[in-house]
Design a protein around this ligand. Structure first.
Ligand code: CUA
Length: 315
């Protein structure tokens, strides 16, 4: 797993590709400037000895004039012009409106999780996004509370999610891969644990994922799970915040749980979605993610086991 920021230099899509090219150009220019100026400095140190007097009749400014004009004015202007031209060129590769045929995905930032809708496909999920390789994806970004920022370095630049405003970010993946989108705008206590799994997969794999996410929740498959649904709707009070499509749970404050057991992580990529972590999360999510809006529950024993059996069936 590459370091998160370093993924920007391992681009897997056209937008990230041009941003990475720009970064390498700026690094090369920066290194060239450093080498040239270090060489000039070294020569100056080598040739000037303490006690050297200026040549008679000439001022230091006369001797250094060409260096000042060349190194202090002309060279920076040329370098800035080159970087400016390369930046404008790279910006042309970044679409600002949804291209024809793009997959539209609506993303709503919350403290501290991601609500995700696929309007044409009729999917609502949270903290996971699947995209098809080779097709542009137009993300419609907005926020339910404060400013967040969407950033998958391997796929493209970042863009803010603003309350009462929709920004469009167009991404495309060239190859299959699993990435993490990390919130890139400080948004409160758990800003660092506001992640989302972004999975780029071949069109068939994406179609299979869509088909798996479209149906309402499966009916509980066992007696334990059936009692678990009762806990979910009753004592657990889960339904006041969460939706499970196909049941009476229609809360909208917290992630949709219709297919929660099929997701890779819990709590916006805070912890892996294993049975142990689910048990811990349901009992007291604050041990996994301090400050999370979900309260600890006093569900325990058989009730907890039944509730976990129910959640385990939501795939
Ligand atoms: Cu959301 Cu930082």
């Amino acid at each position: 797993m590459t370091l998160f920021l370093a993924q920007a230099l391992d681009p897997e899509g056209p937008v990230a590709d041009s941003a990475a090219g720009l970064w390498w150009l700026m690094l090369a220019l920066g290194v060239a400037v450093f080498v040239v100026f270090a060489a000039v400095l070294a020569v100056g140190l080598f040739r000037t000895r303490p006690g050297d007097a200026p040549e008679s009749g000439s001022q230091p400014s006369d001797r250094f004039g060409p260096w000042l004009v060349g190194g202090g004015v002309a060279m920076p202007l040329i370098i800035i012009a080159v970087v400016f031209a390369a930046t404008v060129h790279a910006m042309r590769d970044v679409p600002t409106t949804a291209p024809v045929g793009a997959l539209v995905v609506e993303v709503v930032g919350h403290q501290w999780w991601w609500e995700v809708h696929y309007p044409a496909e009729g999917i609502t999920t949270a903290n996971e996004m699947h995209i098809p390789v080779g097709r542009p994806v137009a993300l419609q970004l907005t926020s339910a509370d404060v400013i967040h920022s969407f950033w998958v370095p391997a796929l493209g630049g970042k863009l803010d999610l603003l309350p009462d405003y929709t920004n469009t970010l167009v991404l495309e993946a060239d190859e299959p891969g699993r990435h993490v989108n990390r919130c890139a705008e400080f948004c409160g206590l758990q800003h660092t644990l506001m992640g989302m799994d972004v999975v780029a997969e071949p069109p068939e794999g994406f179609a299979a994922w869509v088909a798996s996410r479209q149906p309402p929740a499966a009916d509980p498959a066992s007696a334990d799970a059936r009692r678990g649904l009762g806990v979910f709707l009753g004592a657990g009070n889960c339904a006041s915040c969460h939706t499970v499509r196909g049941t009476e749970a229609t809360g909208s404050r917290a992630p949709d749980l219709t297919h929660v057991a099929g997701r890779a992580s819990l709590g916006a990529a805070a912890v892996p979605n294993t049975p142990d972590q689910r048990a811990r999360w349901v009992s007291d999510p604050h041990t996994s993610k301090r400050g999370v809006a979900m309260p600890a529950t006093d569900i325990s024993g058989d009730e907890l086991a039944d509730l976990l059996a129910y959640l385990d069936g939501l795939r």
